[in-house]
Design a protein around this ligand. Structure first.
Ligand code: SF4
Length: 265
């Protein structure tokens, strides 16, 4: 496994893309010709994706044959091992209740929408990470032990402590409905006692990324404007944090929405 942070970044970057994940999984059962891989992912971007996998040390290319490197094999094995651990851990979880739902002040970014808070009991603690695959658009943060779930405009954040914050809601009833649906989804999975199925791929559209950018065209990211930035973001050629305006409090909601979306590009 790479110990150098730059190498780790290369691996993370390589595996963040669904096409490259598809190639790596395709190679799991042995080497393949570039033609065979091209048939699956298309010829247009084949060289580009293979180059990134090689740079990350995950795959090797000899003449027209591609195979997993020793590191690539270990990487896949490690991933499978983690999936098995998840199943075991999830089976220990207990059903949850959501209590103390309270409406709070209007949202900072859109005063026509409201924020609410609630508590999950028992607190999800260590199983929070395991809940991530249950929601089509969600993002778990190890550092904060929090899970952000995006559903339309609504953003719900669950913390390991049990605290829940829900934003961009129309009224308290909408918050209650959302939280009830959240509870049902979690408890249905807990009742099965197995790790959630892998998330379905969520298609992210260019205009969806653009919609959440500040749209000031200030150029601070080094791009001509927000639309150019969205194109590069979509192509994974630029990092979200290059848009410095998103760090301003007034764009906090936009940043969270984009963070979740960027996970699915
Ligand atoms: S820094 Fe952000 S707001 Fe400014 S042009 Fe770039 S993407 Fe748009």
């Amino acid at each position: 496994m790479p110990e150098n942070p730059n190498e780790t970044k290369l691996v993370n970057f390589a595996m963040a893309n669904s096409t490259r994940r598809k190639i790596i999984n395709f190679l799991e059962n042995g080497s393949r010709s570039t033609g065979e891989i091209g048939e699956i992912i298309g010829e247009a971007t084949l060289d580009f994706h293979l180059r990134i996998l090689q740079q990350a040390g995950l795959a090797e290319l000899e003449e027209e044959t591609v195979k997993l490197s020793e590191y690539g094999k270990k990487f896949l094995k490690n991933k499978t091992g983690k999936a098995e651990e998840r199943t075991a851990d999830f089976s220990q979880a207990r059903p949850v209740e959501i209590v103390e739902i309270r409406q709070l002040s209007p949202c900072i970014v859109d005063s026509s929408k409201l924020r609410a808070s609630a508590n999950m009991v028992p607190p999800p603690g260590g199983i929070l990470k395991l809940l991530e695959p249950l929601f089509p658009r969600s993002n778990y943060s190890d550092g904060k032990n929090s899970l952000i779930i995006q559903k339309g405009e609504i953003i719900t954040t669950i913390y390991g402590s049990g605290k829940i914050s829900i934003r961009m809601i129309k009224n308290e009833n909408e918050a209650k409905e959302e939280l009830e649906s959240l509870k049902s989804t979690i408890n249905a999975a807990i009742a099965k006692g197995v790790a959630p199925a892998p998330r379905k791929k969520v298609r992210v559209e260019l205009m969806e990324l653009y919609k959440y950018l500040p749209q000031t065209n200030c150029g601070k990211c080094g791009e001509q404007g927000c639309y150019s930035f969205a194109i590069k973001l979509m192509a994974r050629q630029i990092a979200l944090d290059r848009c410095t305006l998103l760090k301003e409090p007034e764009y906090a909601n936009n940043q969270e929405q984009l963070q979740v979306l960027a996970d699915y590009i």
